[in-house]
Design a protein around this ligand. Structure first.
Ligand code: TRP
Length: 333
């Protein structure tokens, strides 16, 4: 059998995952497990770059997120799952990459300024925050990954990773690091309950392990076409968040029927939402079931993380041996 290409991706620990996370990344990771040798990790040091003043939540969020990964279908038999801060080798490579990374590469990183403006109540004029992409580069190349599945927002970071890897190889005359390709995922747009982007801070999320009753309540309150005021008004499905969900959760014939029923006022919003509830519950039911099972066996989850960490440590330690040899430091006696 041909050797599988290796991919790696990470998520910052935000706690329980919502449908935006599921359709934006996790579902894709689950698919990729069958095609690639996969490394997926919790980027808890990256969370610390913005939450350094309140680190208490990061550990709990890590745990919640890994539980949700497993519940949704990441399979430790197929993918190596680990926690960044448990693999100290990342920190060593991050330090060494910092030596060769020109400051202007970091200063012109578009997300640097953007996030600083977005999170303006936090002081992000820190060395660690500027170095965010260098740490990310270390995460990726320490596993000699060939591909990095990410969304569009992360492309500048992968591009920077490629430049840093090339510069290292050139500077120390080695070929240790493959140049990783971004694996861009086409993600369906899934709005939050109020039509804005789904986000914890907006309080407009459906969580992937949401109980049935609360799925029903949340969908009942969801925004629809604001122009469709009375039951007999025809609507425009394309402006309704409910319809965006149907596209993901309902079969193509049902989606077609809903669209037509909305435009002709044959189907009312209540009926449309009822059908959606049924389909969302059918998809999320097994995820919630799995989560309840895992909660009864926390030691099993711990062993999964331990095994993933061990594998990640072996892999990254092997890379670091070569890195130290290439630079000629770190093995002095
Ligand atoms: N920066 C990524 C995000 O915010 C998380 C991340 C950290 C990552 N290290 C990575 C993603 C390495 C891919 C590869 O989503």
């Amino acid at each position: 059998m041909a050797v599988r290409k290796r991919i790696l991706s990470g998520m910052r620990p935000t706690g329980r995952l919502h449908l935006g996370n599921l359709h934006g990344a996790l579902d894709n990771w689950i698919q990729l497990q069958n095609q690639y040798e996969c490394f997926f990790f919790v980027a808890d040091w990256h969370a610390l770059t913005t939450d350094y003043a309140t680190p208490e939540q990061i550990h709990a969020n890590t745990w919640e997120m890994v539980m949700d990964w497993l519940s949704a279908g990441l399979d430790p038999e197929l993918a190596t799952l680990f926690v960044q801060s448990d693999i100290k080798e990342h920190a060593e490579l991050y330090l060494l990459l910092g030596m060769i990374t020109p400051l202007p590469w970091l200063e012109r990183n578009p997300t640097y300024k953007e996030v600083q403006t977005q999170l303006d109540q936090k002081d992000l004029a820190t060395y660690g925050f500027l170095g965010y992409p260098v740490l990310q580069a270390a995460d990726i190349i320490i596993y000699r990954a060939n591909g990095v599945p990410v969304g569009k927002d992360q492309l500048p970071h992968v591009e920077l990773t490629r430049e840093i890897a090339r510069r290292f190889n050139f500077m120390y005359q080695t070929e240790i690091f493959p140049i990783p390709d971004p694996l861009l995922t086409e993600v369906p747009v899934l709005p939050g309950l109020d039509g804005r982007k789904m986000s914890k801070s907006y309080g407009n999320c459906i969580y992937i392990t949401e109980p049935e009753q609360s799925i029903v309540e949340k969908i009942s309150k969801m925004m629809t076409d604001p122009q469709r005021i009375r039951r007999n008004d025809p609507g425009d499905p394309e402006v309704s968040p409910v319809f965006a969900y149907h596209k993901l959760y309902s079969t193509p014939p049902e989606v077609a029927d809903i669209a037509d029923g909305c435009r002709t006022a044959r189907i009312g919003c209540v009926e449309c939402k009822k059908r959606l509830m049924r389909n969302v519950i059918a998809k999320l039911g097994p995820i919630r079931e799995k989560r309840l099972q895992l909660e009864r066996r926390p030691d099993d989850v711990k062993s999964i993380i331990q095994a993933g960490n061990d594998k990640a440590r072996r892999e990254s330690a092997a890379t670091m041996e070569q890195v130290r040899r290439a630079i000629g430091l770190g093995n002095s006696v």
